[in-house]
Design a protein around this ligand. Structure first.
Ligand code: FAD
Length: 548
């Protein structure tokens, strides 16, 4: 038995996958997979979710060492604390109203260039007022207003673009172009191209894109639409799950189970079985075959097309050729730190730190220099998150303790030579490289939080090989596919695949981010069930409100 309702281990009992008939198999238990399964469970469908990791949740999973617990892929989520937003409703629906959020407060991000600091304030008016305070020149004031308008316009245009992803391919041929057109004017251009239209002030641009680590690409490479979606997502503040990120699994899996579904961990899918151009089930790594009327993959499009389909199938259908048009995102390293002190004792606050080199306003150059020579170049961005400060329930679960996560970008290739070695047994050279990076990140933290010197009780660095090992991203991808203009031009990144009864969901269908991946789940469930799930969620929520 697992610690979570609706979750069990395939390794302990492989017959759990075959002793029942399921309406669908979902590969991967990230928020995309769990969301799809929960939306379908709400319509009475019995779903089997297969997760290769020993714990459920994908990037929303947490892990424990000694007296500490850390989250992996959630540091803050926008929109969920505002009751009327779609994302807030979607989370209420899939968790049956059990998931609660704690707001970060007025300031959610603090951007540093050396000692210069810029705060991102909750609410568009506050955001603009703060920015105008930092950039008082009349032309900058105009640019800031234009910038916020553009963010909202691009976000608005994205609705029909992503709705088109759920439309059956034949219909998409007729109406797809029209549905995508509005957003393409924003997505076809890089963030830098769009921002250069409104300002020539490089410092202002560098500050406005100060959250570029949230999508992993500097402004000359990222599509403006991903920048706009992320900036708008946080514009009204951000939140953290009360009780930690594991509350997502704890509250969503029972909804899947309530319709007879099950989430199985330690359940690695080796192949999606296809007969006569139809998906008929999956073959597990141990060789067991599990059959179902449909298979939905939330394991990423590269994993699905390149690693889970027989090469004959993917070649014949041109899927590998399509993959050449997209690229995996950059990888990351993360230093997970534990302290035997409370948040108050350490003086930690909730807002994230984004630390850039002093006068380092050219993010693209900083990023390129670092990728070329990581050991002798300053980190192009260092992100520090304070989960213990964000979760109001933390002190109940871990009294007298605190945690911090520090993230920076990394290339998978730096670690490639150790990819065939086992976890924890990758050798002295690997450990030494890790230790060097860990010390650099700690020193960066001490620069900005000197009170933490001498107080670190535990630290552990994850590398792109950890991401591959635990989350099965082949290049340690931080955000699935790169969010370039080309990515948003690819029609094949959609729910339906050329294989009947095989569907895609999660971050590669919409975009990276918990909100993007869950929206992917909603779109996929809508397309499969041929129902407007968004509408049903809204009605359910209104009824819930009336009854309460
Ligand atoms: C370090 C980091 C920080 C982040 N911070 C934030 C943040 O603060 N806010 C935010 O909104 N977003 C954040 N994100 C992004 C967000 O976490 C992801 O975009 C989102 O969780 C992706 O969800 P998903 O379901 O599409 O994919 P995943 O969560 O990656 O789920 C895919 C699952 O498929 C499983 N799988 C793969 N292959 C197989 C197989 N063969 N058989 C069975 N299972 C398989 C994997 O193990 C994994 O569990 C962050 C991501 C990272 C990595």
């Amino acid at each position: 038995m697992s610690d979570y309702i609706g979750v069990d281990s395939y390794k302990k009992n492989p017959t759990l996958a075959t002793n029942q008939k399921y309406d669908a198999i979902v590969i991967g238990s990230g928020i995309g997979g769990l969301g799809t399964a929960a939306f379908m469970a709400r319509e009475g469908k019995k779903i089997l979710v297969l997760e290769q990791h020993y714990t459920p949740g994908g990037y929303t999973h947490v892990f424990k060492r000694r007296d500490y617990e850390w989250d992996v892929g959630i540091h803050y989520i926008g929109e969920v604390h505002r009751e009327h937003t779609t994302l807030s409703r979607l989370f209420r629906y899939i968790s049956d109203g059990q998931l609660e959020w704690a707001e970060l407060g007025d300031v959610y991000d603090r951007i540093f260039f050396g000692e210069e600091e810029y705060e991102f304030w909750t609410g568009a008016d506050n955001f603009k007022a703060r920015m105008k305070g930092y950039f008082p020149e009349p032309e900058d004031q105009i640019a800031i207003d234009k910038y916020v308008d553009l963010i909202y316009a691009a976000q608005k245009a994205s609705f029909t673009f992503f709705a088109e992803k759920a439309v059956p391919p034949l219909v998409a041929k007729m109406v797809g172009g029209k549905m995508r057109k509005g957003m393409m004017q924003f997505s076809n251009r890089t963030t830098m191209e769009v921002l250069k239209d409104i300002t020539q002030n490089e410092k202002l641009i560098a500050v406005l894109v100060g959250q570029f680590g949230d999508y992993g690409l500097p402004p000359k490479q990222s599509s403006f639409v991903i920048h706009a979606m992320v900036a708008k997502h946080y514009m009204n503040g951000a939140s953290f799950p009360v009780g930690g990120c594991m509350r997502i699994v704890e509250t969503v899996c029972p909804v899947i189970a309530s319709a007879g579904g099950l989430v199985l961990t330690n359940a690695r899918v080796k192949q999606i079985m296809v007969r006569n151009k139809k998906a008929i089930g999956v073959r597990m790594e141990d060789g067991q075959e599990v059959f179902a009327p449909m298979v939905i993959s939330s394991a990423g499009v590269i994993n699905t097309y390149e690693h889970m389909l027989h090469p004959e199938v993917s070649n014949k259908l041109g899927l590998l050729k399509q993959l050449k048009k997209v690229a995996p995102s950059v990888a990351h390293i993360c230093l997970y730190i534990g302290f035997k002190h409370t948040v108050e004792e350490l003086g930690l606050q909730k807002a994230n730190y984004w630390i850039y080199p002093k006068n380092g306003y050219d993010h693209d150059k900083n990023f390129a220099d670092y990728l070329a020579d990581p050991e002798n170049t300053e980190f192009p961005v260092v992100y520090i998150s304070f989960p213990a400060a964000k979760d109001p329930d933390w002190e109940n679960r871990y009294p007298g303790r605190s945690t911090i996560d520090i993230i920076t970008l990394a290339s998978y290739d730096w670690y490639k030579e150790w990819e065939d070695n086992r976890w924890k047994k990758r050798g002295e050279e690997y450990d030494a490289f890790k230790e060097k990076m860990a010390q650099r990140l700690l020193n960066k933290m001490y620069e900005y939080l000197p009170q933490l010197k001498g107080k670190v009780d535990y630290y552990e660095l994850s590398t792109p090989l950890s991401t591959k090992h635990f989350c099965n991203y082949q290049k340690g991808e931080l955000y699935g596919l790169n969010h370039t203009p080309e990515r948003f031009q690819q029609d094949f990144l959609r729910v339906h695949t050329p294989i009947k009864n095989l569907y895609l969901t999660g971050q590669d269908v919409v975009s990276a981010g918990i909100g993007g991946a869950l929206a992917g789940g909603m779109i996929t469930a809508s397309a499969i069930l041929k129902k407007n799930i968004s509408d049903r969620v809204k009605k359910w929520d209104e009824q819930r409100k009336k009854n309460s």
